[in-house]
Design a protein around this ligand. Structure first.
Ligand SMILES: [Zn+2]
Length: 99
């Protein structure tokens, strides 16, 4: 029986980063004349990479947290920073959503 092993969060992030680097490099070498979506990704690769790295949502989801649907009554579904005053008192830890 063939058992498929899926990559863990660290590997997924590494694979996405490698893919972005490949697309960015190809874009800088002349782009993707027939693929507008890859032109856009290549052009904006740095912004995409930064957005992924800074995303609280992506980080939590990649490490197994479900999509949260109950907004924190204090932070109202908005990330407020890990050092936000009273971030732990409300129960959301600053992510804006209750677990
Ligand atoms: Zn909160």
């Amino acid at each position: 029986m063939d058992v498929r092993v899926y990559p863990g969060p660290d590997q997924v992030c590494s694979i996405l980063s490698e893919w972005l680097t490949l697309v960015e490099t190809r874009y800088q070498e002349g782009g993707f004349p027939n693929h507008l979506h890859f032109q856009i990704v290549g052009r904006d690769a740095m912004a995409i990479r930064t957005s992924i790295a800074k995303s609280s949502y992506l980080g939590r989801r990649l490490w197994g947290e479900p999509h949260l649907t109950t907004p924190c009554p204090v932070h109202l579904g908005r990330w407020s920073g890990l050092l936000a005053p009273n971030a732990n008192a409300c129960g959301c830890g600053g992510v804006g959503w209750l677990r």
